[in-house]
Write a protein that binds this ligand. Structure first.
Ligand code: GLU
Length: 440
């Protein structure tokens, strides 16, 4: 069996961190098994679907490095849905129903008043051909329901939630098609999963009861159902379902200086019992990924944790990976010197200014003689070797200073700052002429 997963967003908005996590897990699972990862655009809802969202979904997956092996679009598959619908109708598994929304609401209220669950009573199944003809003659168009098999047990072994069991008798026959002929999510999705050869459906636990219904649809179509993994939902750092999560997506991450590697590393692990590791390499993420590691408790997403992972990722990024985003002229040596001091790549520009100058540095009059001495020594150094080591050793001997009294005035004069990258790496980059000028 070649694993094939799919990520199936509806293009009615931008991807948020919850969708991104689902996409990532589908991708990781496919990679782990040498399989393929598909994007399926769930755009049956023509009113709410927008092309700009389709484009942003593709772009976001690209930014995240979640390369797709193929793409399907529900809006190009209506003929397939029609064909399956006709088969199911001929087999008596879909039936027309004529209740208005108001009638259904009333039925629900009556059931609730009797303390009963709001189950559809299947009144439409009792209609005769004559009843239907009369309704249609009155201009009533039916919507369509899938007829559940009340006798078949619904069971599956969820890759995250373990053994699941539903009783079809406790569920309403789902509406699969509206009176205007448009499709609801449920049946097209099952048809696509069957016809695309999807082996694993990975999605949020809000779909668990849909899965129960869709398993009967696979059965009715004579298709082998995929395996399912339903993920616990994501919560904000306060542990609550947060509205903010819905607005956190790739644009926000990019603007905050967050790298895709950090998003991947964090979202691959939260919700598992494993520690979050700053893994740049996807092979390592893939190797450590398994649904059996995930728990049923909500996964906590904390932006501060993401920023922390990002810092540790940035410290590992190669020059080649970041070169296009560095200030013009900045080379490998500068990148490697300043990298340990960054929390995000664009901060490299601040250190580039420190290297290139001009800088403004405050000088303590008490350090004047010491710095003049430093400038004199700097003029005599071999700048090709270790100028910082030689300079500080010579100054230590000449001035008797050590520790902070030795290093801090030098750092201040040379960079204008009290802190920063290792001076041993930084000084050769500032270079002889600028260093002498700054010390003088
Ligand atoms: N379009 C559905 C959603 O975004 C897809 C769910 C699924 O993965 O089947 O919720």
């Amino acid at each position: 069996m070649t694993v094939r997963t799919r990520f199936a967003p509806s293009p009615t908005g931008l991807l948020h961190v919850g969708n991104i996590r689902t996409a990532l897990h589908n991708w990781l699972w496919a990679k782990k098994h040498g399989g393929t990862f598909w994007l399926r655009i769930d755009d049956t809802d023509a009113e709410r679907s927008e092309e700009r969202f389709v484009e942003s979904i593709r772009a976001d997956l690209g930014w995240l490095g979640l390369t797709i092996d193929g793409e399907e679009r529900q809006s190009s598959r209506f003929a397939r849905y029609e064909a399956r619908f006709e088969q199911l109708r001929a087999a008596g598994r879909v039936y027309p129903a004529y209740e208005t929304q108001a009638e259904l609401d009333l039925k629900r209220k009556i059931a609730a008043g009797r303390g009963l669950p709001p189950l559809y009573d299947r009144a439409a199944l009792a209609l005769t051909d004559a009843d239907r003809a009369a309704l249609e003659a009155d201009g009533v168009r039916p919507h369509w329901r899938f007829k559940l098999d009340h006798d078949a047990p619904i069971v599956w072994d969820d890759l995250i939630r373990g053994p699941q069991r539903f009783d079809a008798k406790t569920m309403s026959d789902p509406v699969i098609r509206r009176a205007d002929g448009s499709w609801l999510y449920m049946l097209p999705s099952a048809i696509d999963d069957a016809e695309m050869g999807i082996t694993h459906v990975v999605r949020g636990e809000d779909h668990v009861s849909n899965t129960a219904l869709q398993l009967q649809m696979f059965e009715a179509m004579g298709a082998t159902p995929p395996a399912f993994a339903h993920e616990a939902l994501l919560t904000g750092s306060e542990g609550k379902l947060s509205k903010r999560l819905g607005s956190l997506g790739v644009a926000h991450f990019r603007d905050s200086g967050i790298e895709p590697e950090a998003v991947r590393a964090l979202l691959a692990r939260i919700g598992t019992s494993d520690p979050v590791e700053p893994l740049v390499d996807t092979a390592a993420l893939v190797a450590g990924f398994d649904f059996s590691r995930f728990g049923r408790a909500p996964a906590r997403f904390d932006e501060a944790e993401l920023a922390g992972v990002n810092t540790r990722i940035v410290h590992q990024l190669d020059f080649e990976r970041v070169a296009g985003r560095l200030p013009a002229g900045m080379r490998r040596a500068e990148w490697e010197a300043v990298r340990p001091n960054l929390t995000r790549i664009d901060e490299a520009a601040e250190w580039w200014r420190v290297i290139e100058g001009p800088i403004t540095a405050e000088r303590d009059p008490a350090d004047a003689a010491f710095l003049a001495e430093a400038a004199a020594i700097a003029a005599t150094l071999d700048w090709g070797a270790d100028p910082w080591g030689t300079l500080t050793a010579a100054l230590k001997a000449a001035s008797g200073r050590s520790g902070k009294a030795l290093f801090l005035p030098l750092r201040r004069a040379l960079t204008g700052l009290d802190h920063g990258p290792d001076m041993k790496a930084l000084l050769p980059l500032i270079g002889r002429d600028r260093a002498i000028a700054r010390l003088s």
